[in-house]
Every structure is written in structure tokens, then in C-alpha cells.
Design a binder for this molecule. Structure first.
Ligand code: UDX
Ligand code: ADP
Length: 459
């Protein structure tokens, strides 16, 4: 008899799978957790002292539970065979080919996983859909599993992840809610209860919501669409503020104190990034279109259009305030990650800004405390045109302008006097995150261009 009550497998050791299993292993020491991935390098990193993803608080949890009730391996088949419950958190990128290219989710990894589960299972399983997926993926998964069940019972449950990167561990430890979508049949409800049992080790029952599978899948897309919509809404207003001398921070504060609106997710920025927002909205748009709901699709698509526009607007502002040319000018980007406290650069606004700056023939320098390796992958076609420099002081030496792309705390604490002195004059600073002390920078001599506020320039 195993000393563990249940064996849980997670397929996909990424930003979702790794932290989620680490927290579960920490809270449920009576369960055994296996995390598998087809990428051996990733697994090696999970087994080393240098974990493959940066997430505050993650190292401690992994080091505490690893090889006790938390195991990282590449043995996918063996993991499936041993597991009672299988969380699937493999990647679901947007399709880059064929029908739905650029919009629909590419489900090939998912389908492969479903087939492999069916193939190697020798006992009943609960299969948990953890990655964000288009609505009705669970149904497809169920069909593949049932068609190959050989008399076994597979229950597919949706349990979307709501963690945000950079605060992932905190979000997992104290979630606003846990959502579990399951079939209404008795076996579906039993599976739902098994997943709820895991979370009830640390989450209060009233925060564990159960719905049908489709509501759960759709809720994940809608939550991200609503969050992204808030960012695009305030970003659209930031342009109006720049045109009118209103201050977007003051507007955000004034509207956010209305309890119906609330204060969060109203920070104007150079644009939202991350692996979820754009992908999930595109999924929503694709689904709406496929049901003939053109107005619904157009409505949500606009959230993405505003985001694209905000990124280009940032570059256009640089061009117009630097004598209408960036050619040959050294422009340093402070931060490349899509937000602070992560090395993740997926869909980071800095990617598009860099490409547009290169089109203007600027000489781009990128600095970031955690994301330089990922930045090099994102910009692989342009490496000969870009300088990467971890030290922000060196990066800024001789620069004509700084563009703040990521709100890392470290950028608030730099010696800007020293930076100003080392730069070309006039020295411009474009704060794409509104995190620096603009009047202090202006006093040092910088021309300062915040988002959604009047610029502070010297005449
Ligand atoms: C998001 C959701 O928050 C999370 O629930 C879901 O599970 C995954 O997608 P994440 O992408 O990790 O999480 O980060 P989030 O904090 O939501 O930020 C997304 C982007 O919006 C970032 O680029 C961030 O900088 C930007 N943002 C966020 C703003 O520009 N302004 C804001 O006010 C908030
Ligand atoms: P997310 O942010 O959703 O966690 P990631 O890309 O960080 O996405 O992680 C997904 C992980 O899933 C990757 O490490 C990838 O190698 C892994 N993966 C993809 N397909 C499979 C598969 N069939 N079996 C095991 N792991 C897989």
C-alpha cells in the first residue's frame, strides 16, 4: 500500500503546471504529485537549484517538497499509468497555419495528450483540463478518451487556472475562487468532488465554485477578456488625457473609487501582454464568429485592436518628440518582460515596440533583470541589430532615449542623475508604465513623456 491517498499527475511543466503542483504538494502532503514534460531540459531545470521559471516564492516550495511528494520526470507514460487524477497543462498556442490561423487555438498538443492517456491507462482516471482552452475542448477530449476507453472510465473536468504570473504563488495560496466544471452525471459529480477535496486542504468551501463544464471553460476566457478590456479601456482614455491635459492616474483613481467599478486593473500602460489575454480573447472571438455572432466577435476584437494601437502610439510619440526621426539613435528599453517579477516575455508589448523601433532604424538596447534570454528568442531574427545589456547604467550610456517597458522596482531606484549625465542631450524618457518620479526626472534635465499625462519638457 502506498503511503499516499492519491497519485496526481500533471502533464506540462510550465508556468501553470509547475507552480500549481508545487502549491498542491505543499498543502496536500498526503497526496503524491508527478509533473511530467516532454522537454527534458525543462525537467532537468525543475530538478536543479535553478528552476526554469522565475516566480516569487516558488523556489522555497519546490525545494521543500521535491522528491518527498513532488517529482519531476520525463516519464509521461509511466506517470499516466500510475495516476488517479491527471491535470493537463500543456501549451495551447494560437494556430499559425490553416483554418483559423492567427485566431483559433492549436489543439494538437492537447489531442496528442488525450490519445496518449487513453493508450497507456490501465485504470479509471479523472482528467482535469487546466490549460486555457476554447470552450468545448473537454467534450472533444471526452470523445477521444471514450472512443479508446477499453472499458475504462474517464471523467473530464474543467478546472481553469486564474493565477497571474509574478504573483502566482500568492494567487494559488489565497485564490479569489477555484472553479470546477464537471458533468452533471453521478460519476461527473464524484470526479468534481475529488478535485474539490484537493483544494479544500487550504481553500474555504465557499470559494470553491462548481458549474457545468461549458460554463467553467467559458468563464476562464471571459474573466481574461474582462480584465484585458479594463486595460484597453483605460489605455484608450490615456490618449484622450494626453490630448486634453487630464491625468489618467487621477481619472483612474476617481472612477476606481466607485465601488461598482473598483480600483484594480486600471493602470494605463504601453499595452497588455502575457500568454493569456490576447489568446483568450482571440478564442472568444473565434467561438462567437463560429456561432454567427458577428457583433459579439467585433466587440471583443476591439480590445485587441486598442492594445495594438497603444503600442504603436507609444512608438509614434517617441518619433514625434525626437525631431521626427529615430534613425541611428540609441534607444534603451528598460524591461522586456510583459510585467514585473517574471522572466516571461510572451506577447510582451516590448516585442512590438522593439520591432517598430528597428523599422525606424533606431539602435535598440534591451535591459531586463530576468528576461534577456527570452527576449533573445523572441527577437531571434533581429539579433544582429540589437544590443542586450543586463546593467541598466551601461545600457543607458550614450542613449538618446529610455523607454520603460516593464514596471520592475529596480528601475524606480536607479541613480537617474548618473544616467542623465551619461546620455546624449536632449535626453528623453518615455515611461510606458508610469512608475518613475516624473517631476524629479524633469528637474534633472530629462524630457519626460508619461502615459496619459502631459509631457514634462524643457523649452
Ligand atoms: C492573466 C490573468 O490575470 C490571470 O487570472 C490568468 O490566469 C492569466 O492571465 P497574467 O497574464 O499572468 O494573468 O498577468 P496580469 O497581471 O493579468 O497582466 C496582464 C497584462 O496586463 C500585463 O502585461 C500587465 O502589465 C498588463 N496590465 C495589467 C496593465 O497594463 N494595466 C493594469 O492595470 C493591469
Ligand atoms: P503554460 O503557461 O500554459 O503553463 P508553458 O508553455 O509554460 O505553458 O508550459 C507548457 C508545457 O507543456 C511545456 O513545458 C511543454 O514542453 C509541455 N508539453 C507540451 N506538450 C506536451 C506533451 N504532449 N506531453 C508532456 N508535456 C508537454
Amino acid at each position: 500500500m502506498s503511503e499516499f491517498k492519491k497519485t496526481v499527475l500533471c502533464i506540462g511543466a510550465g508556468y501553470v503546471g509547475g507552480p500549481t503542483m508545487a502549491v498542491m504538494a505543499h498543502k496536500c502532503t498526503n497526496y503524491k504529485f508527478h509533473v511530467v514534460d516532454i522537454n527534458p531540459k525543462r525537467i532537468d531545470a525543475w530538478n536543479s537549484s535553478d528552476l526554469p521559471i522565475y516566480e516569487p516564492g516558488l523556489d522555497e516550495l519546490v525545494f521543500e517538497r521535491r522528491n518527498k511528494n513532488l517529482f519531476f520526470t520525463t516519464e509521461v507514460a509511466q506517470g499516466i499509468a500510475e495516476a488517479d487524477i491527471i491535470f493537463v497543462s500543456v501549451n495551447t498556442p494560437t494556430k499559425t497555419y490553416g483554418h483559423g490561423a492567427g485566431i483559433a487555438a492549436d489543439l494538437q498538443y492537447w489531442e496528442k495528450t488525450a490519445r496518449q492517456i487513453a493508450e497507456v491507462s490501465t485504470s479509471d482516471k479523472i482528467v482535469v483540463e487546466k490549460s486555457t482552452l476554447p470552450v468545448r475542448t473537454a467534450e472533444a477530449m471526452s470523445k477521444i478518451l471514450k472512443a479508446n476507453s477499453r472499458g475504462l472510465n474517464f471523467e473530464v473536468v474543467s478546472n481553469p487556472e486564474f493565477l497571474a504570473e509574478g504573483t502566482g504563488i500568492e494567487d494559488l495560496l489565497t485564490p479569489d475562487r477555484v472553479l470546477i466544471g464537471a458533468d452533471e452525471s453521478p460519476s461527473g459529480q464524484r470526479a468534481c468532488q475529488e478535485i474539490a477535496d484537493i483544494y479544500s486542504h487550504w481553500v474555504k468551501p465557499e470559494r470553491i465554485l462548481t458549474t457545468n463544464v461549458w460554463s467553467s471553460e467559458l468563464s476562464k476566457l471571459v474573466a481574461n477578456a474582462f480584465l484585458a478590456q479594463r486595460v484597453s479601456s483605460i489605455n484608450s482614455i490615456s490618449a484622450l488625457c494626453e490630448a486634453t491635459e487630464a491625468d489618467v492616474n487621477e481619472v483612474a483613481h476617481a472612477i476606481g473609487t466607485d465601488s461598482r467599478i473598483g480600483p484594480k486593473f486600471l493602470k494605463a500602460s504601453v499595452g497588455f501582454g502575457g500568454s493569456c489575454f490576447q489568446k483568450d480573447i482571440l478564442n472568444l472571438v473565434y467561438i462567437a464568429r463560429s456561432y454567427g455572432l458577428e457583433e459579439v466577435a467585433d466587440y471583443w476584437e476591439q480590445v485587441i485592436s486598442v492594445n495594438e494601437w497603444q503600442k504603436s502610439r507609444f512608438v509614434r510619440k517617441m518619433i514625434s518628440s525626437m525631431f521626427n526621426t529615430l534613425a541611428g539613435k540609441r534607444i534603451v528599453l528598460f524591461g522586456f518582460a510583459f510585467k514585473a517579477n517574471t522572466g516571461d516575455t510572451r506577447e510582451s508589448p516590448a516585442i512590438e515596440v522593439t520591432k517598430q523601433l528597428l523599422e525606424e532604424r533606431a539602435s535598440v538596447v534591451i535591459t531586463d533583470p530576468k528576461a534577456i534570454e527570452n527576449a533573445k528568442i523572441d527577437l531571434v531574427e533581429y539579433l544582429d541589430q540589437i544590443e542586450f545589456e543586463e546593467d541598466p547604467y551601461k545600457a543607458a550610456e550614450g542613449a538618446h532615449a529610455i523607454g520603460v517597458m516593464t514596471e520592475w522596482d529596480l528601475y524606480k531606484e536607479l541613480d537617474y542623475q548618473r544616467i542623465y549625465e551619461s546620455m546624449q542631450k536632449p535626453a528623453c524618457l518615455f515611461d510606458g508604465r508610469n512608475v518613475l518620479d516624473h517631476s524629479a526626472l524633469h528637474e534633472l534635465g530629462f524630457h519626460v513623456f508619461p502615459i496619459g499625462k502631459s509631457p514634462l519638457v524643457h523649452h
